[in-house]
Ligand binder design. Structure first.
Ligand SMILES: *[C@@H]1O[C@H](CO)[C@@H](O)[C@H](O)[C@H]1NC(C)=O
Ligand SMILES: *[C@@H]1O[C@H](CO)[C@@H](O)[C@H](O)[C@H]1NC(C)=O
Length: 231
């Protein structure tokens, strides 16, 4: 019994030890992480997927390679694979980040996907699907614009509108809204009928655009810039 327990303890310890932890690599500033780990399949989830196997593969190296070839999507998988393409096929299915457990061929401090697991990146200028701006709508704790929404914040508010649309697309939401250049809300239903449309000038909080391309409006104080998925 004692020997059995010891074996069990050793097994648990070795399992704990083998669960690697990776650092997150900084990718070029004008690219966005679409998924820290998504499920890939033999038909490939990146549209028009071009796969290369690279001995120096890392997320940043793959993003740079795909960007140099004019692609807007990049993904790393199976340690040494870099996938470039023009978009996503169907709805992205996220997997636990721990599924992306293979070290990058170019730097073992970073993860580069796993077996049929891919870390996906995109250039923010490419918006997922087709979203139409609905206007500037008042939002406060006392009178929320959405009855039920999920809130997202990101490590940077660079092109927040696009990051928000991407997050809401992934969540399967049909409404996306940015507030005061910092917060993104995703909702499966339209703003409540009582939600007041306010003057566009109330949505005057600015977010930076990539490549020093200036700024965009990202909602305002107690005001949502609302987008609707139209296709
Ligand atoms: C991996 O990380 C360690 C500790 O942070 C660092 O000393 C080492 O140089 C890194 N390796 C590479 C290849 O960057
Ligand atoms: C993206 O950022 C890189 C530097 O990180 C820059 O060289 C490149 O011109 C930028 N591209 C665009 C389209 O903004």
């Amino acid at each position: 019994m004692a020997a059995f327990s010891l074996t069990l303890v050793l097994l648990v310890l070795s399992l704990a030890h083998s669960a690697r932890s990776f650092h997150t690599q900084t990718i070029p500033l004008n690219w966005t992480t679409v998924s820290t780990c998504a499920i890939d399949n033999p038909a490939r989830i990146i549209a028009g997927d071009i796969t290369t196997q690279a001995t120096a593969n890392t997320p940043a190296a793959c993003v740079e390679s795909c960007a140099a070839q004019g692609f807007g999507y990049a993904g790393v998988e199976f340690g040494n694979e870099c996938h470039c393409g023009s978009g996503l096929v169907g709805t992205l299915q996220n997997a636990p980040a721990s599924d992306c457990n293979m070290a990058c061929s170019g730097n073992g401090n970073f993860s580069c996907g796993g077996a049929w697991r891919i870390q996906v990146y995109s250039f923010p200028a490419l918006r997922p699907g087709s979203w139409a701006y609905q206007g500037c709508i008042a939002d406060s704790l006392a009178a929320p614009a959405f009855t039920s929404s999920t809130t997202h914040t990101f490590s940077t508010n660079l092109d927040l509108v696009n990051q928000c649309l991407q997050a809401c697309s992934q969540a399967g939401a049909t409404f996306a809204a940015v507030e005061d250049a910092g917060v993104c809300q995703c909702s499966g239903s339209a703003p409540v009928p009582a939600a007041q449309k306010v003057a566009e000038t109330a949505c005057n909080s600015l977010c930076p655009l990539p490549g020093n391309a200036g700024f965009e409006f990202c909602g305002g104080v107690n005001a949502l810039g609302v987008y609707k998925l139209v296709g």
